[in-house]
Design a protein around this ligand. Structure first.
Ligand code: ADP
Ligand code: MG
Length: 480
C-alpha cells in the first residue's frame, strides 16, 4: 500500500505590540516573573479588558499580505477551561467571527514547483501564563508575564503532503510576519509556535484520514522530525491492523517520537460564547485601505525584483529573500560594490559561513554591509584578488576594521606593476626549467593548459598571492 500524508498547521505568532492585547502591561521578554502582569492580567474582580488597536492593525496587515478578506466585523469569544496559568478561567479568542478570512500563501519546497497552500482563517487571541515546574520543590510556580500577550493564530487548510512542505509553509509564514514587522518570529523565545495536524490515507483516496495534533512544536527542525515520526507511527499502526485515534500528542525530541498527552491536559468542551466585556470589532474600508498602504515589499515580490533588477538566479534570489535582514544586507552590499552576483556570492558564502560558525544572527555581524561592499570594491578595482579578499574578510571580522585598513596594514595590495611581475615571472621560469620544458613538449591542448596554470600558480606563490592574476597570465604567455 502506498500512503500519502496530509498535514495542516496552526501557527501562533506573537504580535510585536509593546503592551498586551487587553491591558497596558508591557510585553517585553525576559523580565522578573510577574513583574509585567497588571490587575487585568491577574483577573482581579471588576477588571475590564480594553482592546489594543495595534493588535487589530497587525492582524489585518497579515490578512492583506495573504490576500485574505478582512472581516468588517469580528467578535471575541471566551474559551473556557481551567488551568493554573489562566487566572480568568477562560482565554479570550475568536471562534466564530475571526478577523482574517481565507487566504493563500505560495511555497516552493526544495526547488520544486511553487504550490499554493490555503489559509483557512487567522484569529486574534491572548496567550496564557507559564507554569514553572523546575525551581520549586513539590510546588509549581506561576509566571503571568506572558498572560495577555497578543497572538495571531494562523490556521491552514490540510494542504501539505510532506514534512518538507510543512516546513516550507512555516518558513513562509515566518518570512511574512517578520517582513511585515508584526512579530519577531523568534521560535526559541516562543514568539512563534506551531501545532501540527497529521493524518495519512492511501494514495488516490480523496477523503481525509483521522488526524492527530502534535502540540507546541517550537523549531523548524522539530516540525520536520515530529511530522515524519508521526507519519511513520500512523503507517505502522494501520498496517498492523490498528486505527488512528484523534488525539493530542507531544513531540519528545530526545527519543524522536510523539506521545499522547495525558487526557487531563486537554479538555474538549470549551463552552465558547461571545465575551460580554468586549464589543465586536467593527472596521471600515477606509481603515483597511490605510493599513494596505503600509504593506512593505513582500518576499515573493522581492524575489522577482532581485531576478529582474539584479539579474540573480531564481535559486540565489529565493535564498536571499527568506529573511528580510539578509535581503536588505545584500542590497546594501550590492549597491556599494555595484556587482549583485558578487554580492550575493559573498553574503551566502563567506558571510553566512562565519555567522553560522559563530552562531551569530546577521544583526550582530561584526562586518557591516557597507564594509563588505567596500571590500568587494577592492576586488573589482584590482587592489586585491578574490582569494586575498577572503583573508582580508576574516581579519575584518576579527578586528572590526575596514578593508582598506587591513590591506594597508598587512601589505596585501595586489601587485599590478608590470615590471615587478616580469621580474617574478623571470625568476620562476629560471627556477622551474623542468616545468617549462614539460610545458613546451606537451602536445595535448588541455594538458598544456593545465601545465600553464601550474606555472601561473608558481608565480602567484612567489608573490605571496599578491600579483594581479590577469597580468601574470599575459606576461607568462608572452615569455613562454
Ligand atoms: P479544530 O476545530 O479541532 O481545531 P479544524 O478543523 O479547525 O479542527 O482543523 C485544525 C487544523 O487541522 C487545521 O489546520 C486543518 O487543516 C487540520 N486538519 C483538519 N483535518 C485534518 C486531517 N484529516 N489531516 C490533517 N490535518 C487536518
Ligand atoms: Mg484548532
Amino acid at each position: 500500500m502506498q500512503w500519502e500524508a496530509v498535514i495542516g498547521l496552526e501557527v501562533h505568532a506573537q504580535l510585536a505590540t509593546r503592551s498586551k492585547i487587553f491591558s497596558g502591561a508591557s510585553t517585553t521578554f525576559g523580565a522578573e516573573p510577574n513583574s509585567q502582569a497588571c490587575a487585568v492580567d491577574l483577573a482581579m474582580p471588576g477588571m475590564l479588558p480594553v482592546l489594543n488597536e495595534g493588535a487589530v492593525r497587525m492582524a489585518a496587515l497579515f490578512g492583506l499580505a495573504v490576500n485574505a478578506e478582512i472581516a468588517h466585523r469580528s467578535v471575541f469569544d471566551r474559551k473556557n477551561y481551567f488551568y493554573p496559568d489562566l487566572p480568568k478561567g477562560y482565554q479570550i479568542s475568536q471562534m466564530y467571527h475571526p478577523i482574517v478570512g481565507p487566504g493563500i500563501v505560495t511555497i516552493e519546497p526544495d526547488d520544486s514547483e511553487p504550490r499554493p497552500i490555503r489559509i483557512h482563517h487567522a484569529h486574534l487571541e491572548e496567550d496564557a501564563g507559564k507554569s514553572l515546574h523546575e525551581d520549586f520543590q513539590g510546588m509549581t510556580g506561576i509566571d503571568l508575564n506572558r498572560a495577555g500577550t497578543p497572538l495571531l493564530e494562523i490556521v491552514s487548510e490540510p494542504d501539505m503532503r510532506s514534512a518538507v512542505e510543512a516546513v516550507a509553509y512555516l518558513r513562509k509564514i515566518h518570512a511574512l510576519v517578520t517582513y511585515l514587522g508584526i512579530s519577531d518570529g523568534d521560535m526559541s523565545q516562543g514568539s512563534m509556535r506551531c501545532d501540527c495536524n497529521v493524518s495519512i490515507r492511501p494514495v488516490g483516496q480523496t477523503t481525509l484520514g483521522t488526524r492527530t495534533e502534535i502540540k507546541n512544536v517550537n523549531s523548524f527542525r522539530f516540525v520536520e522530525k515530529a511530522i515524519n515520526s508521526e507519519i511513520e507511527r500512523q503507517i505502522e499502526l494501520i498496517e498492523d491492523g490498528g486505527t488512528v485515534l484523534q488525539e493530542t500528542r507531544l513531540y519528545d525530541a530526545d527519543n524522536n517520537e510523539t506521545r499522547p498527552m495525558r487526557s487531563k491536559e486537554f479538555a474538549n468542551d470549551y463552552r465558547y460564547f461571545p465575551d460580554p466585556d468586549l464589543l465586536p470589532v467593527v472596521i471600515d474600508d477606509h481603515y483597511i485601505e490605510a493599513i494596505r498602504a503600509t504593506l512593505p515589499e513582500l518576499p515573493d515580490a522581492k524575489k522577482e525584483r532581485f531576478i529582474s533588477q539584479h539579474g540573480l538566479s531564481e535559486y540565489d534570489a529565493r535564498l536571499l529573500v527568506q529573511n528580510r535582514q539578509t535581503a536588505d544586507y545584500f542590497e546594501q552590499v550590492s549597491s556599494r560594490c555595484g556587482d549583485p552576483k558578487l554580492a550575493a556570492n559573498w553574503v551566502m558564502g563567506e558571510l553566512s559561513r562565519l555567522l553560522n560558525q559563530e552562531e551569530l544572527p546577521l544583526e550582530r555581524s561584526p562586518v557591516s554591509a557597507d564594509q563588505l561592499g567596500q571590500l568587494l570594491q577592492r576586488i573589482q578595482d584590482n587592489t586585491i584578488s578574490g582569494k586575498i579578499a577572503k583573508q582580508v574578510f576574516e581579519a575584518m571580522w576579527q578586528e572590526g576594521a575596514d578593508a582598506d585598513q587591513i590591506i594597508e596594514q598587512q601589505g596585501l595590495k595586489q601587485v599590478s606593476d608590470s615590471g615587478a611581475i616580469e621580474t617574478l615571472v623571470d625568476q620562476v621560469l629560471a627556477e622551474q626549467q623542468a616545468m617549462v620544458e614539460d610545458y613546451h613538449s606537451e602536445p595535448v591542448e588541455k594538458k598544456k593548459k593545465k601545465k600553464f596554470n601550474a606555472l601561473v600558480g608558481q608565480v602567484m606563490k612567489a608573490s605571496a598571492g599578491k600579483a594581479n592574476p590577469a597580468q601574470v597570465n599575459s606576461i607568462l604567455q608572452q615569455k613562454l
